[in-house]
Design a protein around this ligand. Structure first.
Ligand SMILES: NC(=O)c1ccc[n+]([C@@H]2O[C@H](COP(=O)([O-])OP(=O)(O)OC[C@H]3O[C@@H](n4cnc5c(N)ncnc54)[C@H](O)[C@@H]3O)[C@@H](O)[C@H]2O)c1
Length: 307
């Protein structure tokens, strides 16, 4: 456990707490009785994601690049760093913005973690691996990202290595995260398929749909993330995925099947910067975090369309 500085609860800061994963994390921690402060500039996040817990958290509309976050962070017991720009296609268009937020912004967080000796768990990404040949992929695999977003996450990991000489920093390499609150965001293949079904437009698939992805439910992500904060793992990087894969074509067919739609998938050119296969080796997460993913993608899709 993190040493408690406050009387009853642990004071946690979540950067990016108004986003998809950060808001689920905040809700869970509040439910456990902890005191939670959220730092978010609302660039892609939304207060509606945390409206149900707004009276139980402290919200700071601040940028992670802003020096004033020091005052918010300095008395905390643990930092969950999730603020980032997260779209692979957009990272090709705005590489400097991605570099500023995901690399310099992250360094600002690590700098404060070092200054005040605060344990930090941060969201890295499976995108650091790129087109790896070793599937399922262990953490020891060479890192070779194929898009600017992945490059910023790798640079953040290099920074984590340097700063972790002074305080514990754990980087979690999340795979493709899904959950109910992201289906209407338009980001990622799950949301796109969901919206296609809603709007009765064809489900578009890159290439032949045989690309494999490891999809992991946001509640499983929350459990792993909290465990990484609470357990004495030391610093390092840990894969957090389901450990299994599904092809994009199979995913489209499951959406069609459980929604009762008669739409057919259509194929299009591969978008740049996408890998062919991605699957986590989750042995390290199981060992260090005593963690095991609980939700399967097919069950979740089935439940999504249960009337
Ligand atoms: N969702 C996934 O599948 C996935 C996979 C791998 C890694 N990750 C990582 O997990 C983290 C959370 O991802 P998400 O899916 O919840 O994304 P999200 O876009 O929903 O959340 C990111 C949050 O960060 C905030 N933010 C962005 N720039 C900021 C800045 N400069 N200052 C303060 N706040 C800022 C946004 O407003 C948003 O609320 C990110 O670091 C992302 O790279 C996500």
């Amino acid at each position: 456990m993190i040493p408690k500085k406050s009387n009853k609860t642990v004071n946690y800061i979540i950067t990016g707490g108004a986003g998809f994963i950060g808001s689920h994390l905040a809700r869970y921690l509040v439910g456990q009785g902890h005191s939670v402060g959220i730092i978010d500039n609302l660039s892609t996040g939304n207060l509606s994601n945390i409206s149900d817990i707004k009276d139980k958290i402290s919200f700071y509309k601040l940028d992670i690049l802003d020096g004033t976050i020091e005052d918010v962070i300095k008395n905390s017991d643990g930092i969950f760093h999730h603020a980032a720009l997260v779209s692979v296609p957009e990272s090709f268009v705005k590489p400097i913005e991605y570099e500023n937020v995901n690399v310099l912004g992250t360094e600002n967080i690590f700098r404060l973690a070092k200054k005040f000796h605060i344990k930090t768990v941060f969201a890295s990404s499976s995108s650091v691996y790129g087109n790896t040949k070793n599937i399922p992929t262990p953490e020891s695999e060479p890192l070779d990202p194929v898009n600017p977003y992945g490059i910023t996450k790798l640079k953040a990991e290099y920074l984590a290595k340097e700063y972790s000489k002074h305080c514990d920093i754990v980087g979690l390499r999340y795979y493709n995260v899904y959950g109910n609150t992201m289906v209407s965001s338009g980001t990622g293949v799950i949301s796109q398929f969901y919206q296609s079904i809603q709007n009765h437009t064809p489900l578009t698939i890159d290439r032949n749909g045989e690309q494999l992805r490891d999809f992991v439910h946001v509640q499983d992500i929350v459990q792993a993330t909290v465990s990484a904060m609470e357990k004495n793992t030391g610093s390092g990087f840990i894969n957090i995925g389901s450990g299994s894969t599904m092809s994009i074509l199979n995913l489209a067919n499951l959406f069609i099947k459980y929604s009762g739609s008669n739409l057919q998938p259509i194929l299009r050119e591969q978008k740049e910067g996408n890998v062919l296969a991605s699957q986590a080796d989750v042995s390290l997460a199981k060992k260090l975090l005593s963690w095991q993913p609980q939700t399967t993608l097919e069950d979740w899709i089935k439940n999504l369309y249960k009337s």
